[in-house]
Design a binder for this molecule. Structure first.
Ligand code: XMP
Length: 528
């Protein structure tokens, strides 16, 4: 497996102090047109300098700087001469480390808070209103700014709510500019990057595509490459990107396990292939998968069977391609494309290796011992960036805009045994829900909406002049930033009514539609 850095671009580095803010900050930085990466706070000044950063942002953290075991950062980082912005805990850490004072005043500020900004011509707060609503979450306060720093903002509880040392290009804010509840948060991040650090807004999908194409060509040379298409966004975009780089050296493989949503196979085989020109092999494995799933109700067992059969099908294609290469004297098949995204890289320790991709997100769970080197052109990217690149590459919107969908597919959205008949019921219900949500313009509002068939539950209903004994369908619309936590989406009643009416009218075996109104935690997004 080759080690790679994420891109050749010099990054703005977000130092992660351990709360959940670092990824959000990294995304906001990219929204400002500047490439960003995340490093743990345990990185030394030397390691940070080695990444050649154009700016540093110290994230918030869970704790007080006085707490035992509070996260630390090598103080030499402040001597690197790199423009730095401290946020919340990062701001307090900066204040304390550079000789200011952080006090335990007992005055806490949580949630929406009024910030007062006496002068709105500073680099950091230029163009900001003098009074604004910001999002706070802190116990301690910076009570005195370090020498050489100007105080830029206060709140009723905090004498020093933002500061700057223009000479050293060091800045800090007590509030969280990365959250949308801070009224002018993004403008602060942009001021820091563009005015403070003097960085242009030049990170965009065109650059990413051009750079990745060059890297892919360099990595694979003349060898052949295969890619497993799942129908999902990540594999669709990574495959298209690799195809753009090396054309028919790439073969894409699509395993139809019968657990797909309505129309998905056709979208991949027809629309995707037409728009990208990819050479595609579809493996029709519906009977095999359903045969192995017969009588199985336990979700973990289902997952294992689906994963195992996926690998078998894929390995068969691999063997065929290797044989074909031998027979025709073609170049050997040496590489495998994976749609690993940046959050996977960060969550698995941020290492350059990829051995520890979460198997959860590794569709079908390809095993480590496949004899391939990985090509991972999306390793530096967040989901929204992947979508932007997919659109740029001309992948149909129906694929690029698709909601997250689990690798084991509808297999885990049928509670009970998976059979062809039940899959047909769920496919119809799911298609109706998706169609109505799209029609109502709600695709941007919801993160995903699993539609679940409670196949082992039946209840009495009445239709026409007869009693029915049908299954319930569960709608599980959720809003989320990253699927780690989620809330149930408050869909308009008329949309819910429309979906419910259509499903019960058009899908004969369903006589109830119910709505899941649980957040995650305590529930998960998927039912299984
Ligand atoms: P849960 O149900 O754990 O789901 O809250 C979190 C997110 O992960 C998706 N999910 C999967 N994605 N393979 C995948 O590629 C899987 O096996 C899998 N299981 C759950 C789920 O749809 C949600 O977005």
């Amino acid at each position: 497996m080759t080690e790679q850095t994420e891109t050749q671009q010099r990054p703005a580095l977000v130092v992660d102090f351990g709360a959940q803010y670092a990824q959000l900050i990294a995304r906001r930085v990219r929204e400002a047109g500047v490439y960003s990466e995340i490093v743990p706070h345990t990185a030394t000044a030397e390691e940070i300098a080695a990444k050649n950063p154009v700016a540093l942002i110290l994230s918030g953290g869970p704790s007080s700087v006085y707490e035992e075991g509070a996260p630390q950062l090598d103080p030499a980082v402040f001597e690197l001469g790199v423009p730095t912005l401290g946020i919340c805990y990062g701001f307090q850490y900066m204040a304390q480390t550079l000789g200011g004072e952080v006090a335990h005043t007992g005055l806490r500020e949580y949630g929406a808070t009024d910030a007062h900004i006496p002068a709105t011509d500073s680099t950091l707060l230029a163009g900001q209103p003098a009074e604004q609503n910001v999002w706070m979450s802190h116990g301690d306060q910076v009570s005195r700014a370090p020498e050489g720093f100007d105080v830029l903002a206060t709140t009723d509880a905090t004498k020093v709510a933002a500061f700057a040392n223009e000479g050293r290009k060091l800045y800090g804010v007590q509030w969280h500019p990365e959250v949308k509840h801070s009224d002018h948060g993004q403008a602060i991040i942009e001021n820091f990057l563009h005015r403070g650090a003097g960085l242009p807004a030049d990170w965009n999908s065109d650059n990413v595509i051009a750079e990745q194409i060059e890297r892919i060509r360099e990595q694979v040379g003349d060898a052949r490459v295969i890619s497993a298409l799942s129908g999902g966004v990540d594999s669709a975009v990574s495959t298209a990107l690799v195809h753009k780089a090396i054309g028919d050296q790439l073969t894409a493989v699509f395993v139809d396990h019968g657990l797909l949503r309505k129309g998905e196979r056709e979208q991949v085989e027809k629309d995707y292939v037409e728009s990208t020109g990819v050479r595609l092999i579809t493996v029709d494995a519906v009977d095999t998968f359903l045969g192995h799933l017969e009588g199985v109700t336990d979700p973990e067992t289902k997952r294992k069977i689906i994963g195992r059969e996926f690998i078998r099908a894929f390995e068969q294609v691999q063997r065929d391609l290797v044989e074909e290469a031998k027979a025709t004297g073609g170049a050997p098949v040496k590489f495998l494309v994976q749609g690993t995204l940046y959050p996977d890289v960060v969550e698995s320790g941020g290492g350059a290796g990829t051995a520890n991709i979460k198997s959860h997100h590794n569709v079908g769970g390809l095993p480590d011992d496949l004899d391939f080197e990985l090509v991972e052109p999306l390793r530096a990217l967040f989901k929204d960036e992947v979508r932007a690149i997919g659109r740029e590459l001309g992948i149909p919107e129906a694929i690029v805009g698709r909601q997250p969908f689990p690798g084991p597919g509808l297999g885990i959205r049928i509670i009970g045994e998976v059979t062809l008949e039940r899959l047909e019921i769920l496919r119809e219900a799911d298609a109706i829900a998706r169609e109505e949500l799209t029609k109502a313009g709600l695709d941007e509002t919801i993160w995903q909406c699993p539609v679940v068939l409670l196949a082992d539950v039946r209840s009495v209903g009445v239709q026409g002049d007869g009693r029915t004994y049908g299954h319930p369908i569960v709608l599980r619309p959720v809003s989320s930033e990253d699927a780690m936590t989620a809330d149930w989406t408050r869909l308009p009643y008329d949309v819910l009514a429309k979906i419910s009416n259509r499903i019960t009218n058009e899908v004969r075996e369903v006589n109830r539609v119910v709505l899941d109104v649980t957040s995650k935690p305590p529930a998960t997004i998927e039912w299984e």
